[in-house]
Design a protein around this ligand. Structure first.
Ligand code: SF4
Length: 356
């Protein structure tokens, strides 16, 4: 179904009026600073609003401007990101801040192409900055917006299908408010997050119910069609807790390209517990660590990273000599929780070191 120009204008008005009255007072909505909007948009990628809020506030207190972020060591930036996941986002923010300072004197260019030329700023983020910070007529399509549009238009398909994406974007272009594009985009997202919910849409309270073909069909929840899910993969992880007194050895990354840049206990994956332990011994040997008796696990836990369901076993070993090896670093157990360590390392540390 497509809408007439008249219907488009009426939907736009109804949506903007509803947003004026019902917008949640989210912290990033108080600011028109492109930097603050950029940080919020990056944090909100693949992360829920409720999770992002405390991180956003702490991050902006620590790095209130682009220049502050650019000046900070990456490790400190990662400390403030630790727990949010998808750490590449933090590294890109940091790199892009440096470029913004170097190329634009710390100001955001009001130009889509120049924004896209910055590390980590893809089409979506550039559009978010252009529309929300600068109020320029760029549409924004995230999963919430696609769901609302597919219901409004009773559009079959899902975001994996080009035809579906094109139909959503064509309709979005017609609906976009030329005078308040930033508010319009946020209003559609707000509708998707608060009323047009995936399983049980709250159509009775919806400002665009009158035009919604999904609602008229009696089964709005069937739009859009579910995306094929990637199967969950079960893995074992063996982690070494190499201690000398109250100090412990950490290594950057987890292996298999995961958690790069964050400190972790040296660890290795396997399809069985034994295979993971054998891989760990091999990995430690690769660091030049002499063979250690890693027999008894002192902590067992489960952890999920993207599509992996991981069973973790932590093996302790006391090391008599403090050594220095490339890629490894000693951390004091008492400061570990404040360091740029992964959420997984945090969980392991809590189990292992709460025993004293
Ligand atoms: Fe979503 Fe219901 Fe509103 Fe249609 S009427 S947009 S299905 S909440």
């Amino acid at each position: 179904m497509r809408f007439s120009r008249q219907d488009e204008a009426a939907i736009r008005r109804a949506l903007l009026a509803w947003f004026r009255r019902n917008a949640r007072p989210l912290p990033w909505r108080k600011s028109a600073d492109p930097y603050a909007i950029w940080v919020s948009e990056v944090m909100l990628q693949q992360t829920q609003v409720g999770t992002v809020m405390p991180y956003y506030q702490r991050f902006l207190e620590a790095f209130p401007t682009v220049a502050d972020l650019a000046r900070a060591p990456l490790e400190r930036v990662l400390e403030f990101w630790s727990g949010l996941g998808y750490y590449r986002r933090a590294r890109h923010l940091h790199q892009a801040a440096k470029e913004l300072v170097r190329r634009f004197g710390g100001a955001f260019p009001r130009d889509y192409k120049q924004l896209r030329s910055l590390p980590g700023i893809g089409d979506y983020t550039a559009r978010a900055i252009m529309s929300i910070a600068f109020d320029l007529p760029y549409t924004l399509r995230d999963g919430n917006v696609a769901r609302v549009l597919s219901r409004l238009m009773a559009l079959q398909g899902n975001l994996h299908q080009l035809g579906f994406r094109r139909a959503v974007e064509a309709q979005l272009g017609g609906l976009l408010s030329p005078r308040r594009p930033g508010h319009f985009n946020q209003a559609l997202m707000e509708l998707g997050q608060t009323l047009c919910l995936p399983r049980v849409p709250r159509c009775a309270a919806c400002p665009v119910q009158h035009w919604c073909w999904g609602y008229k069909s009696g089964q709005p929840q069937v739009f859009p069609q579910p995306r094929p899910r990637r199967a969950v993969e079960s893995r074992y992880l063996a982690a070494a807790i190499l201690r000398q007194g109250r100090r412990v050895v950490m290594v950057r990354g987890l292996g298999e390209g995961l958690l790069d840049g964050l400190w972790n206990f040296p660890a290795a994956f396997g399809r069985s517990r034994a295979e993971a332990l054998a891989s760990l011994r091999h990995k430690l040997a690769g660091f030049g660590i002499p063979p250690l008796a890693l027999h008894h696990s002192i902590a067992e836990l489960r952890h999920g990273i993207t599509y992996r369901s991981i069973r973790v076993h932590a093996y302790p070993a006391e090391i008599s000599n403090s050594f220095r090896k490339k890629g490894l670093r000693w951390f004091s157990v008492s400061t570990l929780q404040r360091a740029a360590i992964s959420q997984l390392a945090r969980k392991i540390a809590r189990q292992v070191f709460s025993r004293g």
